[in-house]
Design a protein around this ligand. Structure first.
Ligand code: NAP
Length: 272
């Protein structure tokens, strides 16, 4: 395994803190982007059925051995039997016998199927098709419900989290429940780097604005998934492992939190 900061999951497995996001990466570009990331040193790769690029991601991984691969069950595949079938299709497209982390992409509360979907993930873990299982975009009440009904605590919750939307309440809930927090859109889809505080920290430290933001996630104990198709950015983002921010510099980024900083849908209302 590569020498990188990791977090311990509640099933005692290790997850790298720094990962590579692949949302919005065209299927034709995914293999190249993933292989550039792996060569740069990334070990964790995040995809999803809905990204339609799992085949390219699988090709980019090829025979690479140091890999922590995540994918997600899309909304229309929720329900026990559908999820079992959907997971097999993910594995086929990825060209692998198992993934390291399988997630429910959104709770979709109005469908009323996330508990059955979670039961299918438990079965998939028991079958060895997913080494660890978790969720994405789950609210506190959704997390409590699946734990109450199955006794199995998700290893991870992947949620929108960036300096403009820091999710302090959910981070506290995760800490209390023993769930790793993983940040999606960690760079605010590119916007975060334009904040004056980030720009001045970049000048002060000589690091890039993106690396500063990624470093902020890492020092907060989060797992973080920056996405890029630009090879220079992919490599630059990995330099976040090479330096440290002081407490004062971290505090300057902490100040950017905003109640209306959310970019994506509100999980309780997203029922497409
Ligand atoms: P992001 O990582 O916050 O930002 C990506 C944007 O930042 C791209 O436009 C990229 O452009 C730019 N960028 C990256 N590195 C840069 C650098 N060093 N310098 C300048 N610009 C840079 O956005 P995201 O894709 O929304 O989120 C990351 C990952 O989280 C996704 O790919 C996906 O895996 C996951 N995600 C999950 C969910 C969910 O519901 N679970 C939702 C959204 C995202 P270039 O390509 O030009 O570098």
């Amino acid at each position: 395994m590569t020498d990188q900061p990791t977090l311990t999951l509640n099933d005692d497995r290790q997850i790298p803190q720094l990962g590579f996001g692949t949302w919005n990466i065209d299927p034709s570009e995914a293999a190249q982007a993933v292989s550039t990331a792996l060569e740069a040193g990334y070990w964790l790769v995040d995809t999803a059925a809905i990204y339609k690029n799992e085949e390219g991601v699988g090709k980019g991984i090829g025979d690479w051995s140091d890999i922590f691969l995540q994918t997600k069950i899309w909304n229309e595949s929720q329900g026990y039997d559908r999820t079992l079938k959907a997971a097999d299709k993910c594995l086929d497209r990825l060209g692998r016998e198992h993934v390291d982390m399988l997630l429910i992409h959104w709770p979709q509360p109005e469908r009323g199927l996330f508990v059955d979907t979670w039961k299918a993930l438990i079965e998939l873990r028991d079958q060895g098709k997913a080494k660890s299982i978790g969720v994405s975009n789950f609210r506190e009440e959704d997390l409590k419900r699946i734990v109450d009904e199955t006794g199995v605590v998700p290893a991870l919750n992947q949620i929108e989290l960036h300096p403009s939307f820091q999710q302090r309440d959910m981070r506290k809930v995760h800490e209390e429940m023993g769930i790793v927090t993983q940040s999606w859109s960690p760079l605010g889809q590119g916007d975060t780097m334009n904040a004056d505080a980030i720009k001045s920290l970049a000048e002060e430290t000589g690091q890039s604005a993106a690396a500063i933001v990624i470093r902020w996630h890492i020092q907060h104990g989060l797992s973080v998934l920056p996405r890029s198709t630009n090879p220079d950015h992919i490599r630059d983002n990995f330099t976040a492992l090479d330096f440290e921010l002081t407490d004062e510099q971290m505090a300057k980024i902490d100040e950017l939190d905003s109640a209306d900083g959310r970019i994506g849908p509100e999980p309780g209302k997203f029922n497409d």
